[in-house]
Every structure is written in structure tokens, then in C-alpha cells.
Design a protein around this ligand. Structure first.
Ligand code: IPE
Ligand code: IPE
Ligand code: MG
Length: 245
């Protein structure tokens, strides 16, 4: 089906996912297939990010979360880590005016305090400058680990219980969620993973309990608007049951 037709069909159908999360995977394999260094794959992946942010904005999706860098990714070779970090910092700097122009609000989920101070400042500036935008919320999961997020929440809850701010019996799912990095964000409705891996890789363990999963073999740098629309169309044609019948 032509891309435009699918886009119109999606819009017409109406039950768009409010929050889409993507595990952007396969940059390294994309580069290897071409005999290029892994960083060339990350560079190509940035172009996909730009396209998919525009496609999500075009569909008026409320929130797009992109798994950008996991806490475990620090264990990659030093050169790859610093190349990814530099790309992130250069891209944020370069694209800031574009985000402002397109009414995109940038936020992050994860521990950005651990990033180097220059990188942190660039991100904080972009977050600050786009904070009143009312269009797509672009959430970068950065230095993110789902298990660390849960542990951090438990630490904060323990402090609040010990100091009497909350009582153990007050703790329910809503209150627990408010201690997570994603406080205030609805859970993802649709989680897309590129490059065919059938795993969650420590991503939003709490928040994805009823998220619809969509895995495509397409490598992230090759992921097109049409692939994105296909994922959304698949979501729109599923029946979410939440344990009911
Ligand atoms: C995803 O691509 C980007 C990050 C994890 C930062 P990979 O770099 O994991 O690519 P593959 O999985 O090795 O192909
Ligand atoms: C998940 O991809 C992390 C990001 C996309 C940032 P990985 O490539 O790190 O995951 P594994 O190692 O295949 O599980
Ligand atoms: Mg990978």
C-alpha cells in the first residue's frame, strides 16, 4: 500500500497509540553489513530519528519515547560510547531550533546527572527551551535502566515512609508510579523494537506491563515512515484485553 494511503487509513481509523516507545536497535549490524565502522551505523540512525520524530508529529502522537542509551551500554568500547555521546550532543545542539519550530517538547528519562557537565548543559538547555511546547513530547531514555529506576523508586519511597510523608498502606500502583522517572507520563501503548531481537533489554519494566509489542526485522537506520505506519496499523488492529474477555 502506498505510504500516503496507509497514513490516511491510520488517521481515519482513529485509535492511535497515545504513547509510542521504540527500542532503536541494529545500528551496528547495519554498519557491519556495509563494511563500515559501528559509528557509521549510529550516524545513520540519527537520520532515522529525525524522520520518525517528524512522522510522529505528523500523526499528532502525544509521546514518543526513544531508547537512546542504556546504563548497560557503558560497557561497550570507550570509543563507541564517546562517539554515541558526541552524536547525541551535536544532534541536540543542531536540531534545537527545529524542535522549537515544530513545537516539540524534549524531556529525558534516566540518569542524566551522570553525564559529563557539557553534555548535561546542552540537554538541560534544550529541555528548558522547549518546555512550553504543546506538540509531540519527545522523551529520550538516556542512561536508562528499568531495574535501576525501580530500585531508585524504592529508595525514595523508603525515605518517605521513614520520615512519615507516606504510610506503607498508602502505596498503590498510582503512588508507586509517581516515584518513577516517568512520573506523569502515561504507560507506552505500543513498543516497537527494530532489528528482530525478541527481548526487552531492561526497558521500562514497570510501564510496559500491558504495552502492545511490535518487533520488526528492519534495522534502525533502514526503518522508514512506512515501517512506522505499519507498526501503528498493526496496533490499531489488535484487541487489547487487559486480562478481561
Ligand atoms: C542500537 O544499535 C543503538 C544503541 C544501543 C546505542 P546497536 O549499536 O545496539 O546495534 P547492534 O545491535 O549492534 O546491531
Ligand atoms: C537496547 O539495545 C538499548 C538501546 C536501544 C539504547 P541493545 O543493543 O543495548 O540491547 P541488547 O544488548 O541487544 O539486549
Ligand atoms: Mg543492539
Amino acid at each position: 500500500m502506498a505510504e500516503e494511503d496507509l497514513k490516511s487509513k491510520i488517521i481515519k481509523k482513529g485509535n492511535l497509540p497515545r504513547h509510542i516507545a521504540i527500542i532503536m536497535d541494529g545500528n551496528g549490524r547495519w554498519a557491519r553489513k556495509r563494511g563500515l565502522p559501528r559509528i557509521a551505523g549510529h550516524r545513520a540512525g540519527v537520520k532515522t530519528v529525525k524522520r520518525i520524530v517528524e512522522a510522529a508529529s505528523g500523526l499528532k502522537i502525544s509521546i514518543l519515547t526513544l531508547f537512546t542509551f542504556s546504563t548497560e551500554n557503558w560497557q561497550r568500547p570507550r570509543e563507541e560510547v564517546s562517539a554515541i555521546m558526541n552524536l547525541l550532543y551535536q544532534t541536540t545542539k543542531r536540531e534545537l531550533s527545529e524542535l522549537e519550530k515544530n513545537n516539540v517538547k524534549l524531556i529525558t528519562t534516566g540518569n542524566i546527572e551522570e553525564l559529563s557537565s557539557t553534555r548535561k548543559e546542552i540537554l538541560k538547555k534544550a529541555i528548558q527551551r522547549t518546555k512550553d511546547n504543546t506538540g509531540l513530547v519527545l522523551n529520550l531514555a538516556l542512561n536508562y535502566s528499568g531495574r535501576s529506576e525501580i530500585l531508585d523508586a524504592i529508595r525514595k519511597i523508603s525515605v518517605d515512609i521513614c520520615s512519615g510523608v507516606i504510610k506503607p498502606e498508602d502505596l498503590d500502583e498510582g503512588l508507586f508510579s509517581s516515584y518513577l522517572y516517568t512520573k506523569g507520563l502515561p504507560d507506552p501503548d505500543l513498543l516497537i523494537r527494530t532489528s528482530g531481537e525478541m527481548r526487552i533489554s531492561n526497558f521500562m519494566l514497570w510501564q510496559t506491563s500491558y504495552t502492545e509489542l511490535y518487533v520488526t526485522p528492519v534495522l534502525w537506520p533502514d526503518f522508514t515512515d512506512d515501517d512506522f505506519y505499519q507498526a501503528i496499523w498493526a496496533y490499531q488492529n489488535r484487541q487489547r484485553r487487559f486480562g478481561k474477555i
